[in-house]
Design a binder for this molecule. Structure first.
Ligand code: ADP
Ligand code: ZN
Ligand code: ZN
Length: 817
């Protein structure tokens, strides 16, 4: 009987693909293993085996697979099921989910490797110039790829050169699939076995008597191994003895020491003994009991706990319980809240059982977490991670905690799968019959609405830990201040007073400005021209630090202009302001204090963010200026004043969630103030102090905000009452996008009538040279979600079958945020 497998390929095509395999392969292969397969004319892909069967495909002849890459599955059956759900719900291919889930090292690459033929020496005179260049390069590098050759020879067509070199027997080539993941090897040393007898050792030490340094190394080796009774790392040895690695090497060369290598984990916890968790106060205790009670009848519970109420300590207690039942915990956090502060805190409690999965981690570190999870290793019992950690291979999940559940960064924007990690986590938890706890000081309307509908359980925690008071919020009317000339740059007299006082008392200040860069937009005072990005339909922003104009969408940049490009006037002015300008002004206002800035520009690199946080913790910074990065669950002892420089640019943002988000953002930043005994102060500068949201922020009135916003959402038919699917069409040609969008919208209207909005150009309608146009489909509460998606897919298929529309890219975004 012929044997076949259906595989998932990491590409945006809907279907599974069938390949032919031998009887022996059929006996060996299991669903979830990787195979490499040919695809199209010349491509090789890594695919995941979905199923093994005997049915030949009808419309094409099944090709053979190239090779089996695993001995055991690297993807679990639950994951496959979960991937299918994501692909159906978020309207993307399973292959796209696979690409997002697997660490890139698992997606092997096919590349031609060129090496020198070692069996033959070729005389330089026998080689043409281009051949010589390649051959010469192979003296310095053991292997080259096609790409390398292209850059060495500075041309694309390098195959003829390879062919000639092959004919001259100068090189060999192989089409090789290789693993990118290399376990880290650690170098260890021990005393050579010939010195294992006491006598031999004695002699050795006498002999070394003259070589002091070497003797110290040998003695240090003894003392370390006596203390730890474990293999001794070379690095420990050099640290302890103070000797350089050259001395160690000399001892190895002499045959006194022997070196060896052990494969180790990169993601190793190096802490001390575990600390026991904190005793909860009465409020926390009560909340914990209520959560446990709620879990009796509900799978999902929302914990609404004000900032600094001690939610984390409650999570810790829940985690302890789940670990006792030998089940795993997933602790989800927004990417930038995943700080060493929190990782350390959890590692102190749970030690080695914690694995962290973070986009700033290297590929190798991620592979290690994945493999540990596949093995259900003791190291992978508490997974602490950002969005993509919902895609990991769990074994027996007992609890998922989604902290800061309101955070919009849980929704993936680009590329597909455009999934929401909170919602995807809930589905994952269901597969394991596990519980989900959502936590936030400012819950999303979605989750709070689900509580109102009795879909989720609900627990509240209104007391800050240690009964610290909620900060005092004061609104400053800057329209009035401008009129009465009480502004100094962007600082009102109230702001300066409070800052002066705070600094005099020796406390710290956080200033929040929801924009990075110096002054986002540069404008000519004479003609009104402002420099635009040539690729995107957006103004360039001014970055003072580099004195350049940059596009925040595509990265295009140019030097700051001295004169207006349009009219030549030298009166160029800056409108609006960003973190950089705030920083400049603060430095001028408070020249004797240390000022730092935290935004995307200052926090690149693995530890960029951590460095600033540590500096603030250690009080090396008096005033920290930052963007919304500041809002994420940070716990600073000494910050007393939080200043929000301008509330209006948040409130006026063109998005139906702008008000909800402003409320969340402001309350979260405010929550950084006064976390200990001193009551914190929050100053909000605004042109519109009577704005409902600002009133609600100043009285910390979530319920009122919820009710009013829900009213709006009801009137305008928005989530959480209606669901949204956003369809974006993209193309270089303006007319084509327009035409395509009209066609698409018309087809949608035939099915969904008034519940189709658009087509509409977004505020920035051209990005990286592509015009974007959006269509919004609103789905009323009672309308079937799956039927709606089916109808959209049908329209999408007819759209794609029109030849003229084929080059138009279509992006479907379900539950668009
Ligand atoms: P939240 O996450 O609700 O904003 P945290 O969990 O960060 O609050 O707690 C705020 C502060 O209070 C932290 O510094 C934490 O260590 C401390 N804390 C909370 N609960 C306790 C407790 N039971 N015992 C001692 N300290 C606690
Ligand atoms: Zn001008
Ligand atoms: Zn651009």
């Amino acid at each position: 009987m012929p044997n076949f497998i259906d595989v998932i390929l990491p590409i945006p095509l809907e279907k599974l693909f069938t390949y032919s395999i031998t009887e022996a392969e059929a006996n060996f292969l299991k669903s979830g293993m990787r195979v490499s397969v040919p695809f199209g004319k010349s491509k090789i892909y890594t695919a995941i085996v979905h199923s093994i069967h005997n049915t030949a495909p009808v419309v094409y002849e099944a090709k053979d697979i190239h090779q089996i890459l695993d001995e055991t599955p690297v993807v679990t059956q639950t994951q496959l099921q979960h991937w299918h759900w994501i692909s159906r719900y978020y309207m993307c291919s399973v292959g796209e989910v696979m690409r997002a889930a697997l660490p890139s090292a698992f997606l092997l690459e096919s590349e031609t490797i060129i090496t020198k033929n070692k069996d033959r020496i070729v005389n330089d005179e026998d080689l043409k110039d281009d051949e010589f260049l390649v051959y010469e390069a192979l003296h310095h590098q053991s292997s080259l790829k096609i790409q390398d050759l292209m850059s060495i020879l500075d041309k694309k067509n390098v195959l003829p050169v390879i062919k000639r070199l092959l004919e001259k027997n100068a090189i060999t080539v192989e089409e090789e699939i290789y693993e990118k993941y290399k376990p880290k090897l650690v170098r260890y040393v021990k005393l050579h076995s010939s010195f294992s007898s006491e006598k031999a050792l004695q002699n050795l030490l006498e002999e070394l008597g003259r070589a002091h340094k070497q003797k110290e190394v040998v003695l240090a080796l003894f003392s370390i191994s006596a203390q730890t009774k474990k293999p001794v790392k070379v690095s420990d040895l050099t640290n302890q003895s103070g000797a350089s690695s050259t001395i160690v090497k000399a001892l190895i060369d002499k045959g006194i020491l022997e070196e060896y290598f052990i494969q180790t984990d990169r993601v190793q916890y190096e802490g001390e003994e575990n600390e026991s968790s904190k005793q909860l106060n009465e409020h926390q205790e009560k909340a914990l009991e209520q959560i446990e009670e709620s879990f009796q009848s509900q799978n999902i519970t929302l914990l609404h706990g004000v900032t600094s109420s001690g939610k984390t300590e409650i999570y810790v207690k829940l985690i302890e319980e789940v670990l006792k039942q030998n089940k795993q915990v997933l602790y989800l956090l927004p990417e930038i809240a995943l700080t060493t502060q929190l990782v350390d805190r959890l590692q102190n409690y749970f030690g080695e059982q914690v694995s962290v999965f973070h986009s700033k981690y290297s590929v190798n570190e991620r592979v290690e977490v994945w493999n540990n999870m596949l093995d259900n290793s003791p190291k992978a019992q508490v997974i602490l991670g950002a969005r993509s950690s919902v895609l990991l291979p769990f074994h027996n999940l007992g609890l998922i905690i989604v902290d800061e559940e309101h955070e919009q960064s849980y929704k993936q924007f680009d590329p597909a799968p455009r999934y929401h990690a909170r919602d995807t986590a809930i589905v994952l938890a269901n597969m394991f019959k596990a519980k989900t706890l959502l936590g936030s000081a400012t819950p999303s309307l979605e989750s709070y609405y689900n509580v109102m509908q009795n879909k989720y359980g609900f627990v509240e925690l209104n007391q800050r830990y240690n009964n610290v008071m909620m900060p005092d919020v004061e609104l400053v009317d800057i329209k009035d201040k401008h009129k009465r000339k009480r502004m100094n740059g962007h600082f009102s007299d109230r702001m300066i007073e409070e800052m002066t006082e705070t600094l005099e008392e020796g406390h710290q200040i956080i200033l929040f400005q929801n924009r990075r860069g110096f002054s986002p937009i540069v404008e000519c005072n004479t003609c009104g021209h402002s420099p635009q990005c040539p690729n995107c339909d957006v103004s360039l922003t001014f970055h003072q630090y580099k004195n350049e104009l940059r596009c925040h969408y595509c990265g295009y940049h140019m030097a700051m202009q001295q004169q207006c490009q349009a009219c030549g006037s030298v009166e160029i002015d800056s409108k609006g302001f960003g973190t950089e300008q705030v920083e400049e002004e603060v430095k001028a206002l408070f020249p004797n204090h240390k000022v730092a800035r935290m935004d995307l520009d200052t926090t690149r690199g693995k530890y960029g963010y951590e460095k600033i946080i540590t500096a603030l913790e250690q009080q090396e910074i008096d005033i920290l200026v930052g963007t919304q990065m500041l809002t994420k669950g940070l716990d600073f002892r000494n910050v007393k004043l939080v200043g929000i420089m301008n509330a209006d640019n948040m409130l006026n943002f063109p998005d139906f969630r702008a008000h909800e988000r402003s409320f969340q953002l402001m309350l979260q930043v405010a929550g950084r103030a006064g976390r200990t005994d001193k009551r914190g102060k929050v100053l909000i500068q605004t042109y519109n102090p009577y704005h409902r949201i600002l009133q609600q922020v100043s009285t910390n009135n979530y319920v009122e905000m919820f009710n009013e916003q829900m009213n709006d959402r009801h009137n305008y038919k928005y989530p959480p009452l209606y669901r949204l699917i956003k369809i974006t069409l993209k193309h270089r040609d303006f007319n084509k996008v327009n035409f395509a969008a009209d066609w698409y919208t018309k087809s949608l209207r035939q099915v969904f009538r008034d519940n189709v909005l658009g087509p509409e150009f977004p505020p920035v309608s051209r990005i990286r040279n592509l015009y974007h146009k959006n269509i919004l489909v609103k789905i009323p509460p009672k309308q079937s979600l799956s039927k709606t998606k089916e109808a959209i897919i049908k329209i999408n298929n007819s759209f794609q079958s029109v030849k003229d529309f084929r080059p138009v890219r279509v992006v479907l975004n379900v539950d668009n945020y």
